[in-house]
Design a protein around this ligand. Structure first.
Ligand SMILES: CC(C)(COP(=O)(O)OP(=O)(O)OC[C@H]1O[C@@H](n2cnc3c(N)ncnc32)[C@H](O)[C@@H]1OP(=O)(O)O)[C@@H](O)C(=O)NCCC(=O)NCCS
Length: 188
């Protein structure tokens, strides 16, 4: 049996619950080694971008070891503003990285989110990691980055079942991303 299959056996994914916040904050700090990212999560949690049904955590041996957070942002489309989701951050505790936790977390979360109304999920991240989850470069579909500091190849989108081709335009991040300057952080 592969190491990946071994690891997956012991990991469950569930929605974040009351009482998880402090552990999530710590694992986010550990995963990113950048104090702005846990601050971003806390600010999002207190904002109207937060959706309790879209913060997923991975649990391994009774401990929360990962979080996939989706929050509400806007697409400034020609017809109207469109509510969209942004995946940020995706965090796995350093001592269990590269054992399938992030993959299990993201696959479960995306499956749960398929029936939501928001037609698009955006992220900025590694072009070698996210395409396996249905993300693709966003610019060719007519989307513009919220910041020129986001490398073009890192700006990705996953169209959902409610996506329609008229939905193009500029992604406008929720305010917390700007407040903590958590835009365009990623190196490729
Ligand atoms: C990126 C991250 C969420 C992946 O979770 P994970 O549990 O380690 O990933 P999995 O074990 O499910 O998948 C492993 C694959 O992810 C990819 N991967 C993992 N970390 C990566 C990184 N920093 N950059 C690019 N790809 C990465 C690799 O392709 C790897 O495949 P490999 O084992 O063949 O090399 C995790 O490593 C992490 O929290 N990193 C620090 C924070 C971060 O950069 N988050 C993503 C940006 S929001």
């Amino acid at each position: 049996m592969t190491a990946l299959a071994d690891a997956l056996r012991g990991v469950t994914v569930r929605l974040e619950q009351a009482g998880d916040a402090r552990v999530v904050e710590q694992l986010t700090a550990d995963a990113f080694d950048d104090p702005r990212v846990p601050q971003l999560v806390e600010s999002l949690r207190c904002s109207d971008a937060w959706m309790p049904e879209a913060s997923f955590v991975a649990v391994h041996e009774g401990s929360v070891v990962g979080q996939a957070l989706f929050t509400r942002s806007l697409l400034d489309a020609p017809r109207r503003l469109v509510d969209v989701l942004v995946l940020s951050p995706l965090s796995v505790a350093p001592d269990v990285q590269r054992r399938g936790v992030g993959t299990a977390l993201l696959r479960h979360a995306l499956e749960q989110l398929r029936t939501r109304d928001e037609p698009l999920i955006f992220l900025e991240g590694s072009p070698s990691f996210y395409p396996r989850f249905g993300f693709q470069p966003a610019a060719p579909l007519g989307f513009r980055r919220p910041s020129l500091r986001i490398p073009k190849a890192a700006f990705m989108v996953r169209p959902q079942p409610t996506y329609e081709p008229w939905m193009t335009g500029t992604v406008v991040y929720a305010e917390a991303f700007w407040r903590h300057d958590c835009v365009g952080l990623r190196d490729l």
